[in-house]
Structure formats: C-alpha cells, structure tokens
Design a protein around this ligand. Structure first.
Ligand code: AMP
Length: 112
C-alpha cells in the first residue's frame, strides 16, 4: 500500500521515534507547527477518524493513554492540543489516521 505512515511503521522510511508498542507508533512531525509537535498513529492502517467503527475503536482509547503518558514525559504539563484532520475539508494530507500533539508553548486560540 502506498502509505507514507505505513512505510514509517515498517521502518522503510526513517522517523524520529518517541514511543512504540505493538499497536501504536509516536514520532516527531517533520514540519513542526509548534515548539513540540509529534504524531501518534495506529499501526493498523485506518484511513481517518471517519473510518472508526465498533470493531476498531479500542485503539483510540489506547492512543489517548499513550498521548497522556508522552505529554507528561515531554514536559507538556501546562497543556497541549490534540488534533486529527479528516478528509479534504479537514486538510488531511496523509490518509492514515494520526493525532497531532502540539504544545511546549501557548497555542493560538483560533482552531480554524
Ligand atoms: P495531516 O495534514 O493532518 O494529514 O498531517 C500530516 C502530517 O504528517 C503533517 O504535519 C506532515 O508534516 C507530517 N509528515 C509527513 N511526512 C512525514 C514524515 N516522513 N515524517 C514525519 N512527519 C511527516
């Protein structure tokens, strides 16, 4: 499958990894939009949040547990933002579900 995040998960494309387990990978965004900006992705290819169903939704709880742990470890105690873009209107450029974690500084009050 021609998916850049699947290639990162497979190790075919390098990334700056923060965390990995059998279900998720977290790595720094190549083009950071905040002082700290990393991505958390399921290893299973799910195209976007629009593809979440009762069969695969368990991964979302796990991803948010990982985000909370990484945020604590990476000094984001003053707060951070979690974003997932969906589809063309949501400006999703990589069609593999991912959560942006942005922080390390005061973020814009504007969400869109
Ligand atoms: P989105 O626009 O929400 O689909 O976000 C995709 C994100 O993936 C963007 O913030 C990109 O900077 C990031 N990205 C794309 N390719 C890579 C890569 N090879 N390593 C790390 N981040 C990447």
């Amino acid at each position: 499958m021609d998916c850049i995040f699947c290639k990162i998960i497979a190790g075919d494309i390098p990334s700056r990894k923060l965390y990995e387990d059998d279900r998720v990978l977290a790595f720094y965004d190549i083009s950071p939009m905040a002082k700290t900006h990393f991505l958390v992705v399921p290893k299973q290819h799910i195209a976007s949040a629009q593809e979440i169903t009762p069969d695969n939704s368990g991964i979302i709880a796990h991803i948010f547990e990982v985000i909370a742990r990484l945020a604590a470890e990476r000094g984001l105690a003053d707060g951070y933002r979690v974003v997932t873009n969906v589809g063309d209107n949501g400006c999703q450029s990589v069609k593999h579900l991912h959560f942006h974690v942005l922080g390390g500084e005061k973020l814009s009050e504007k969400l869109a």
